[in-house]
Design a protein around this ligand. Structure first.
Ligand code: FPP
Length: 239
């Protein structure tokens, strides 16, 4: 969700105003997913590195998170959205941690949209924590090091219970993934736009889906193999 700060700067307003405008786009994107039957959405709300921003900006973002949790969770719950947070939760205040836990517990039974909010999240940290979990299992005698493979590590990163993301969208014009879901994005289709996050709209989201639909996802195989797999099983993706 990049570009909130620039959106505000163009209007000669403080960066916090840009984040507030960005929160409105969050609602638009959630509505879009609910409308289109998209089952999982992961938003990069705050990176491990964002703690280093000026104190007043971090404070404004924390206030925005508390306000959004207090205001939006009831409506998300009513609409069948399950909310979950990934990242280093221990770095947030107890007031925020409690709200996160309460929102997760309240919406735990919902199945229409899995909404993951990455907060104090870093992809490298995610992989490091998974490595730590593997080491703990080995030390406790629950895991043989010979059994450590992609599946074993993949089962211990964030979002392990979901399919890998199909599409990554970054607004704001920068062409990088900036430490987001590094493990999970291995075969994700990437889509970038110059549009600043507060200005992202439904037409552009539709365009992103059209581009996604036109891509050939080969997962390391050849185009012929993929065509064959589709012919054999038109409703399923390649292995
Ligand atoms: C990046 O833009 C955006 C963020 C660091 C914060 C994103 C947070 C929200 C949209 C608030 C609402 C979110 C939830 C889940 C309630 P930037 O500040 O880096 O923009 P810039 O690159 O133009 O400076």
């Amino acid at each position: 969700m990049d570009g909130n700060g620039r959106w505000a700067a163009r209007r000669k307003r403080p960066r916090a105003i840009g984040h507030r405008a960005g929160a409105r786009t969050v609602n638009l994107v959630i509505d879009f997913c609910l409308d289109r039957g998209i089952g999982a959405l992961t938003l990069f709300a705050f990176s491990s590195e964002n703690w280093g921003r000026p104190e007043d900006e971090v404070g404004a973002l924390m206030k925005l998170f508390v306000g959004a949790l207090d205001r939006e969770v009831g409506e998300l719950h009513r609409r069948g959205v399950r909310l979950r947070f990934i990242g280093e939760r221990g770095r947030f205040s107890s007031a925020i941690r409690e709200r996160m836990a309460a929102a997760e517990a309240r919406t735990a039974g919902n199945t229409r949209l899995m909404l993951n909010v990455a907060a104090s999240y870093g992809g490298r940290q995610d992989i490091a924590m998974a490595a730590r979990a593997l080491a703990q299992d080995v030390a406790a005698g629950r895991l043989d090091p010979a059994d450590i493979d992609e599946a074993a590590l993949g089962a211990r990163v964030a979002l392990a219970d979901l399919p890998a993301p199909d599409l990554f969208i970054r607004t704001g014009g920068d062409l990088r993934v900036s430490n987001f879901l590094l493990w999970q994005l291995a075969y994700t289709e990437l889509w970038f736009t110059e549009t600043l996050w507060p200005e992202l709209g439904v037409e552009e989201l539709e365009q992103a889906l059209r581009v996604y639909a036109s891509r050939e996802r080969r997962f390391g195989l050849t185009g012929e193999q993929i065509a064959g797999a589709h012919a054999a099983s038109p409703t399923e993706g390649p292995p």
